[in-house]
Structure formats: C-alpha cells, structure tokens
Design a binder for this molecule. Structure first.
Ligand SMILES: Nc1ncnc2c1ncn2[C@@H]1O[C@@H]2COP(=O)(O)O[C@H]2[C@H]1O
Ligand SMILES: [Zn+2]
Length: 434
C-alpha cells in the first residue's frame, strides 16, 4: 500500500503525453496484480487513451489487451486511491457497475447542456461526480497539454478536492461543487466569454468553481462568529470564503500540479483564484451587482481588458453558485430541499445550545417554500436579470424562464414542509444492475 500510495498520489516525475499512460499502466499493473486488486484504468482520460499509440516494440495484441483494460472503471481506481488515503474502509468498497459507468460516460457528452442532471451523474459515478466532471472539462479544453499538466497529479489533486468537501453536509458538499463547475462550463460557452477568455482564464474558472466551497463546515459565518470558532479568529471578514481559498491553495501546492510553471504565473494564479472565491461571499452581493449594473449602463465592459475579464469571471462564478433556482424544476427543488436541510440543522444545534436561532434556520417559523420565494425574489432574480442583459443569449433567457417557473411553483406550494418528499426524490440510490 505504501508503494501504491506513493505511486498514485505522488508520481515520481512529470511525464507528459503518451509516456504517462505507458509508464503508469506498466507499473500499476504489476502492483495491482501482486496485491490481488482489480485492474484500474483511465477511461475518463479519453484524451490519453485516444491519443495512445502502440509504442515501438509492442505487439498489436498487447496493445489491444491494454485497450481492454482501459475500459475498466476509473471508479475502481478512485476507490482504491481513497482507501490508500485511509478515508474509506473496505466495507465501503464496491465496484461500479459497468452499466452505470457507461451511462455516466454517455451523460458527459451532454455536459454543456443546462438540464444536465448532476444528481443522476453523481449516482452513476458512485459519488465521484466532481472528479469525473472536472477531468472531462480539462480534457475538453485540452488544458493538460496546454499547461503541461501531469495527469496523475491532476487526478490526485481532484480526488483530494472532492474529499475536502464534507459528504455529511446536505448542501455544501462535493455535489454542489460539481454542479457549480458544470454551470460554470455552460457560462464559459457563452459567446461573450468564449470569444475572449484565455486558457489561463478557463483553467482558473474551472479550478475556482471546483474549489469555491472547499472544507465548508455546513454552518454559516454567523454561527462561526457566535461560537468563537478558530476560523473566525483567522480572518477579519469573508471567513468561510477565505478558508475555502486557503484550503484550495494548500491542496494546489501540495499536489504540485502547477509546480512546473514560473513562480510569477503561480502567484498570479493564486491571487486570481482568491479574488474569484472571495466574490462568492453572498453578503457582498449588492456591491458586485451595482458594479455590474453600472458597467452595463455605461456599456463599457471591454473583454480584452484582463481586469474586466476577471470581473466577468467573478460574476459568472457568483451566478453559477446560486443558479440552482434557475435549473429545471425537478433539479431545482432538490437543491432547495438540500439547502434548507442544512439551514435547519444549524438552527437545531443553535436551539439545543440555547443560542438565538439564525435567520432562515428555524424550522418552526420557516418552510422550504418561504425561503425559496424570498431567495429567488431578492437574491437570484436581480442577479440573473443583469446576467441576461450582459449575455443576451438563449441560455441566459432560458435560465430566467426556469427561475420564473420555480418561483411560481413555490408560490403555489403553500407552507407545508415537503422535506420528506425531497429525500426520496433527490437521494435515491440506484439499484444494483447486472
Ligand atoms: N436555493 C437556495 N435557497 C436559499 N438559499 C440558497 C439557495 N441556494 C444557495 N443559497 C444560499 O446562497 C449562498 C451562496 O453562498 P454560500 O455557498 O456560502 O451559501 C449559499 C446559501 O446560503
Ligand atoms: Zn457554493
């Protein structure tokens, strides 16, 4: 296990292109067959597999065996990697059904569509949606080649990020990060962005989306302040967002993902990552919204300016972060229940400790519907109206359409608590297949 840990998490050297596959495959085959583990593959690393050519001296048969093996699930590798980190016991280890894996891969063909069902994708990937989705997007943009990234380091970094989200949080977990990353990808496709963003912008946008809530404790800043939590003493303001940023930096540095790049580029990247993540502090909503409106009124946004591009990326990440009420109703209601569950859990703890229950967190005076109606009207709608003004595309108007439908849905829903229904709809476990 030590050797595997070393190999899987800290590859010896940076190798790019085809060499990675051959090197990794050979070494890990030996290790895995020795320790009776199933073979694993890099199926989602399509970019590597597709571009893999038979090395000189290797027979076609050998190459086709290699291809066969590569069809086995990435999931197996991820699960194994997790157990080497000691975060999973073998009790949790079960192999991903190949049927589900095929379906997940199929879903990725439509990763840029707004009705992408991230809940289903997460179940099909056995809870690995953040890793699978982000890898896919890195491959789509060719970021691995463009930045000379080591695929193993990238993979190890993403696994650590995914594990850095608390799965116990009903809302602020890795599924939310995957959802935000998928939304960010949709926004990056918008012509105003896609025509002007640089590869650095895209790399940064995807990293920021994937890490923006890293190590979220499942309670809000108010709770941390009231309870003299150590995080509250570390940062003056935007306590959680600063913590997400610093956690992202520590994973980034530890993984060595960007360590081959010039130090100035890395520093610039880290600063920009901070400015994006800090922009997701919902208490700064009005500040960003008025700046955005002022730019739109003056029509002075110039996407060839690096400062303006950074500002638009901040706005895009803010939209992605709270876009759940703009998703189709079946997805949106799931998120509404998840976020309310987290609010109410905090309220229950506050009540148990005889503290004042924070706004929105009291299950006795709130309901999902009440919270949604005000969140949509006062927070989501003002932002997405301006975003549609900026983009003026089918997607931006489609999001407004869904948002209106959801607002109507919650207005008609009355005050009853629909939490139980939501549990069965959103957290459905897939039946074991063949
Ligand atoms: N559907 C929703 N209903 C109510 N609040 C939400 C919803 N989606 C996101 N939020 C809030 O928006 C906040 C965005 O920043 P946070 O991730 O810190 O915490 C998020 C939640 O508090
Ligand atoms: Zn978030």
């Amino acid at each position: 296990a030590d050797i595997c840990h070393c190999l899987l998490c800290r590859p010896h050297c940076i190798i790019t292109g085809n060499a990675v596959l051959s090197c990794v495959c050979q070494e890990v085959t030996v290790l895995f067959s020795r320790s009776c583990y199933v073979w694993f593959c890099f199926s989602l690393f399509d970019i590597c597999i597709c571009s893999y050519s038979v090395p000189a001296g290797e027979s076609e048969d050998h190459a086709s065996n290699r291809k066969q093996r590569s069809k086995l699930s990435l999931q197996m590798y991820l699960q194994c990697s997790r157990s080497f980190h000691g975060t999973l016991t073998f009790r949790h280890l079960h192999l991903l059904d190949q049927v589900y894996y095929g379906q997940a891969k199929c879903m990725l063909q439509r990763v840029g569509t707004w009705n992408f069902d991230i809940f289903l994708f997460d179940r099909l990937t056995n809870g690995e949606s953040l890793v699978c989705l982000t890898l896919e997007l890195f491959c789509k943009y060719g970021l691995i080649e463009l930045f000379g990234l080591d695929p193993l380091r990238l993979h190890s970094f993403l696994v650590r990020i995914q594990e850095g989200y608390r799965s116990r949080n009903p809302y602020h977990n890795s599924l939310h990060a995957a959802d935000v990353t998928q939304a960010m990808y949709c926004y990056l496709q918008e012509p105003k962005l896609s025509e002007s963003l640089t590869s650095w912008d895209i790399l940064l946008a995807l990293l920021a989306a994937a890490t923006h809530d890293l190590e979220h404790p499942g309670v809000n800043q108010n709770f941390l302040l009231k309870n003299d939590h150590f995080l509250a003493s570390l940062y003056q303001n935007s306590v959680l967002e600063n913590h997400h940023w610093k956690s992202a930096l520590s994973h980034l540095r530890e993984s060595g993902l960007l360590s081959h790049l010039p130090i100035e580029d890395r520093h610039r990247m880290e600063e920009r990552l901070g400015s994006l993540i800090l922009a997701t502090d919902i208490s700064r909503q009005n500040e960003f919204l008025s700046r955005f409106k002022a730019h739109l009124d003056r029509k002075d946004l110039n996407m060839s300016s690096p400062e303006h591009r950074q500002f638009i990326l901040q706005m895009a990440l803010k939209c992605a972060d709270i876009c759940n009420p703009c998703r189709p109703n079946s997805l949106s209601t799931c998120w509404s229940h998840c976020v309310t569950k987290e609010f109410f859990q905090q309220g229950d703890v506050e009540r148990a400790h005889r503290h004042d229950v924070s706004p929105l967190c009291d299950r006795h005076s709130n309901s999902v519907a009440i919270i949604q109606k005000s969140f949509i009207s006062y927070v989501v709608e003002p932002l997405f109206v301006q975003w549609a003004r900026f983009c003026d595309t089918p997607l931006s108007h489609c999001m407004l359409g869904y948002m209106k439908q959801n607002k109507k849905y919650w207005s008609n829903a009355g005050q009853e608590d629909l939490m139980d229904n939501a549990q069965t709809t959103c957290c459905k476990v897939l039946p074991r297949g063949t």
